[in-house]
Design a protein around this ligand. Sequence first.
Ligand code: SAM
Length: 291
Amino acid sequence: MDVIATPRITREIVHKYGLNIRKSLGQNFLIEPKFIQKIIDAAGLDQNKVVVEIGPGIGALTQALATHAGYVIAVEIDQGLTRVLKEIFAPVSNVTIVHGDAMKVNFDQLVAEVPHRQEPPFPYKIVANLPYYITTPMIMRLLEEGFQFSSLVLMVQREVAQRIMAHPATKDYGALSIGVQYHCSPSLVSLVPPTVFHPRPEVDSAIIKLEKREHPAVHVSDERLFFSLVKAAFNQRRKTLLNALSNSGLLLSKNSWQEVLIESGIDPQRRGETLNLEEFASLANLLGRKR
Ligand code: SAM
C-alpha cells in the first residue's frame, strides 16, 4: 500500500471516492510523513500494544500505527469516511474501523471486544489528530471517565497545547491546565505548521503527550468540589480570589470565605490564577470539612 500521508495520494483518495471534506467535523488530513513519525515515536508503540485512534480521516496515521503497534482500533464519526477506511484497510489484519462518536463510545469496551492476539490489551494507548471543534471536551472526557489507557498523544491547536502546559500566574493558565495536570503529566512533542495538512487549517498546531499519572497530582477528598472551586476561581479571573469565590455560591458569606482562605494560608487578595494545584487542593479539602 502506498503511503497515504502525501499530497498526491491524499488527492487521489479524495478524488477516487468523491469525498466532500467536511470542515464542520474538523477534517484536516496529514500529508507529511515526518509529522506522522513524530506522533509514532512519542506514542512509544510496540507489537504487543493496542492503540485506539480517534478520527482516522482517510487513514494517514492509521496506516503508520498498524505498522508499529500490535492492533489498531480507529473510531470515525463520518459514515462516508468509515466506508472508505474499511475498503482501504480490508487487507490489513490488525486494524478495526469503528463507526462511532468518540464523545460517546466506551473505549475500554472496544479494546476488550476486538479480536487481538495481545495479552493483556490493557492499558492501551490513545493517539489522535483531534478535530479542533471538540478538543477540550474530548480531552476532559478521556481523563474523567477513567478509561484504562496509559498515555495520549494528541495533535491539538497550538493555543490549546499552551493552555494545557501552562504554569500559575501566566495568561494561559486556567481550568484546562489544572484539569489536565491533575490527571497527567503533559509534554510538548513538536510544533506543527498548517502546511502539513490538507486542507490547511487557519491555526498553528502542536503534538503533545499526556502521560497518565498513577495517582492524581494532588490529594483531593472531593473531586467535584475541587473542580467547582477551580471553575469559580477562573470564572472571574480578574477579581481577587475573595471576590470571585464570594460570588460562586459555594459558601454563603464573604466573611466565611475570608476565614477559610486565611486558614488555608492563602492571601484573600490574590487572584485565583496565581494558585497552584496544591493550593487549590488544600483550599478544597478545607472547604469540604467546613461545609
Ligand atoms: N487522523 C487523520 C489525519 O491525521 O489525517 C484525520 C484527522 S482530522 C483532523 C479529524 C478526524 O476526526 C476527521 O476524520 C473527522 O471526521 C473525525 N471526527 C470528528 N469528530 C469526531 C468524533 N466525535 N468522533 C470520531 N471522529 C470524529
